[in-house]
Design a protein around this ligand. Structure first.
Ligand code: SAM
Ligand code: SF4
Length: 370
């Protein structure tokens, strides 16, 4: 089937594509074909959320991590990182600011830690957010792998959504990106537990990884379908010089543009294949091009996650180099973002928590499509 036939089929029905058709979309070159791919994905996005963008204010709570993922700048063994952890009051203050400013939801993210103290610390924050916002402010956690009881406890304390990227759906590639004691199967088990506990579940992958093929990326789409994922947060890999996977890589303009190219195609293909999920245009896109996040929105994403962490901490949360906006405060980010979004003809959904239409549908409330 030619490209226009594949795009027509994908627009009409979710899950309509075969793995080889998904791979062929992921393989399109920059130019007219890619423009057609993005246009089709944008049309599907508009069917479900209109020309609107939901916001999540991102709070980077701490950079201490017990894990040692080979690609990540804040991995445990990176001795160059100055570690920090916000106090409970600081996190709550940032969430209050987000609520006041009309962000319908926040994401609380950090390195991975498993301890009773950490569990209680997060639960206390969740209860205070639920208290001051009367449950209005949606909270997504992105705190890595935890025991099921911990996920349950945080859900009862007020967390509604959880973001845990699988990073790659290939167990073999996963093994090459992580030390031997990091388990692909545990991560999948965590996603299942989150689903069972009633969270809106987000996952995602990195694209443009060394050794990754279009076949791997096509399988990632099938993984999202099979795991019934509600929200997708994915982005291209950006090599960090102080990590085993990043050292020695030159970030040439050509390399960055190729990473952006594959990252945008992943957004478009996820939209065309899955239809009603929330998809974030992640910050990493802006590292690759000044208007990378806007390009992500025009390729089918419907969520932005502006950083609302106090500027003093942002440069310490350096997952990858050249992270944007590290010198700006949250107010500046808000203003800049509004301009960027209206500049491409989209509107921000202020004061709305922006549930995933897919989640609404699986809860029996198919009100997502507009
Ligand atoms: N620690 C939690 C976890 O791993 O789920 C949440 C925070 S972690 C820093 C968030 C995401 O950053 C990871 O899931 C990974 O996909 C992404 N990330 C880490 N290093 C990266 C890199 N060099 N390039 C692009 N994304 C990266
Ligand atoms: Fe830790 Fe997450 Fe980075 Fe892995 S990706 S080292 S778990 S912060």
């Amino acid at each position: 089937m030619d490209l226009s036939g594949i795009l027509k089929k994908a627009r009409e029905k979710r899950f309509a594509l075969t793995p080889s058709e998904i791979a062929s979309l992921l393989d399109v070159e920059a130019g007219a074909d890619r423009a057609d791919l993005f246009e089709a994905a944008y049309a599907v996005k508009c069917m479900y959320s209109g020309r609107n963008v939901s916001l999540r204010g991102l709070i980077e709570m701490g950079n201490a991590c017990a894990k040692n993922c080979l690609y990540c700048g804040i991995r445990r063994d990176n001795a160059k990182v100055e570690r920090f952890h916000l106090f409970e009051d600081q996190v709550v203050r940032m969430a209050e600011w987000a609520h006041r400013e009309g962000y319908g939801s926040v994401v609380i993210q950090s390195g991975e830690m498993e301890s009773d103290e950490h569990t209680e610390f997060v639960a206390a924050i969740l209860r205070r957010i639920a208290g001051f916002s009367g449950g209005e402010l949606g909270v997504t956690l992105s705190l890595g792998e935890q025991r099921e009881e911990v996920y349950r406890y945080w859900r009862e304390a007020g967390a509604r959504r959880y973001l845990l990227r699988i990073e790659t759906s290939s167990p073999e590639l996963y093994r090459r990106l992580h030390p031997p004691d990091h388990s692909f199967h545990r991560r999948v088990g965590c996603l299942r537990a989150l689903r069972k506990l009633g969270y809106q579940v987000g996952s995602g992958v990195m694209s443009g990884l060394p050794g990754q093929t279009v076949g791997h990326l096509a399988n990632d789409m099938l993984f999202f379908r099979d795991m019934d994922i509600d929200m997708i947060g994915m982005g291209p890999f950006v090599p960090h010089p102080d990590t085993p996977l990043g050292e020695g890589t030159t970030l040439s303009a050509r390399y960055l543009s190729e990473q952006l190219h594959i990252g945008l195609k992943m957004i478009a293909v996820a939209r065309l294949y899955l239809h009603d999920v929330n998809i974030a245009a992640t910050t990493v896109l802006q590292t690759l091009a000044p208007d990378g996040r806007e390009q992500g929105l025009l390729a089918g994403a419907n969520v932005l996650m502006p950083n609302i962490t106090d500027a003093a901490y942002r440069e310490k949360y350096m997952l990858y180099p050249n992270k944007p906006c590290i010198g700006e405060n949250a107010g500046q980010c808000r203003g800049c973002l509004s301009l960027r979004v209206t500049g491409i003809g989209e509107a921000i959904l202020w004061d709305q928590s922006g549930d995933s239409p897919h989640y609404a549908a699986r809860c029996g409330n198919r009100t997502g499509a507009v």
